[in-house]
Design a protein around this ligand. Sequence first.
Ligand code: ATP
Ligand code: MG
Length: 419
Amino acid sequence: MSFQAPKGTFDWMPPRSEWALIVRDALSAPARRAGYEYIETPAFEDTGLFSRGVGESTDIVSKEMYTFQSRGGQSLTLRPEGTASVVRAVIEHGLYGGALPIKLWYSGSYFRYEKAQAGRYRHFSQVGAEALGAEDPALDAELIVLAADGYASLGLKNVRLLLNSLGCKECRPAYRAALQDFLRGLDLDDATRQRIEINPLRVLDDKRPEVQAQLVNAPLVTDHLCGACKAYHEEVRGLLTSAGLTYTDDPKLVRGLDYYTRTTFEFLHDGLGAQSAVGGGGRYDGLSEMIGGPPLPSVGWALGVDRTVLAMEAEGLLAERARHIDVFAIPLGEEAKRRIFPLVGKLRRAGVSVDMAFGGRGVKGAMKAADRSGARYALILGERDLEAEAVQLKDLASGEQTAVPLAEIVATLKEKLTT
Ligand code: ATP
Ligand code: MG
């Protein structure tokens, strides 16, 4: 009997796994530098949090949730996204009573029962950031800039930004009605007709070309925004431009979750095949009240770690091995091993990353392991070196080898590795 990772899941294996860590760090770093603090919530929640918070009519709630009954008889669901949990925690801990906005970031595993394909998994990883309790176009713009900075810091060149506003509870109802009128006149299947009645905006997100072809003349939300929403959106656009960001207005961008109001945005990459969204987010002014909290106008995003790695791969950014061991230590013989072992520890404590040959497979095997490790230097300790209280330092790229006194090797390596 042998086992495989479940369908729609995969293992991050070295050396590629290093990129998952690098991406997670890079995508969260700009938010951390902007005052966002770390939050960690459970991987499962009361099912009701998602059915109310994400919305019954969404794909996520209607067909993608991993829901199970606990032994105590409670209905629980593996989190399909992060925002509802963060808002739940903010309400539960009364954070909204303190300084606003509350700025939080997080990272972890999310679960959706999706049709598994490249870039679309049942278990995937996101970095998220949320700013809660303030209605300020500069906050929407800040978050968008932070996400763009994260992608840029990874060297990604082809990430595009789509921007839209979905209006608010003042102007959305009239737009919704106008859209419903239009959609009811189209040639659509029964499931889509039902969607017109429950959540007509989602029909705009239909990926089928035969549906998209009929939507060409659909009424656009941007033509129905109230004065306040229009002014808010113009301010966000102006701030993005002032920060040097380019974006495309996409009046059909609606996003998959029910709770969005006003600003919505998506980051796309065209090198991913069937899907192109590497991240997305928006403003969700009504979510807190929907799950029993106080009014808490908020904005946030979630960026896909897995798809960002795929985007980097598509741009040829993973050609080099992600992380190198700096030094590979090779003792020749038992006495040398006893001497080199504490030296390796000393180097590591001094901040040098060092591996050493294990398993006694001889010099040839050890040199091979040194090459495979990607190290810049091999540190070779033989019997004659022991007598001379020295060690051979070999530059693995040039092959050049020099003897360095054991007492000086930590300082020598530290200096060589900083240049
Ligand atoms: P899509 O339109 O591709 O289904 P989504 O709108 O469902 O995406 P969000 O809920 O906004 O995605 O999640 C934010 C990001 O998380 C996405 O842009 C994507 O990068 C990533 N993501 C979402 N679902 C998956 C998945 N099943 N597998 C891998 N990454 C995902
Ligand atoms: Mg989806």
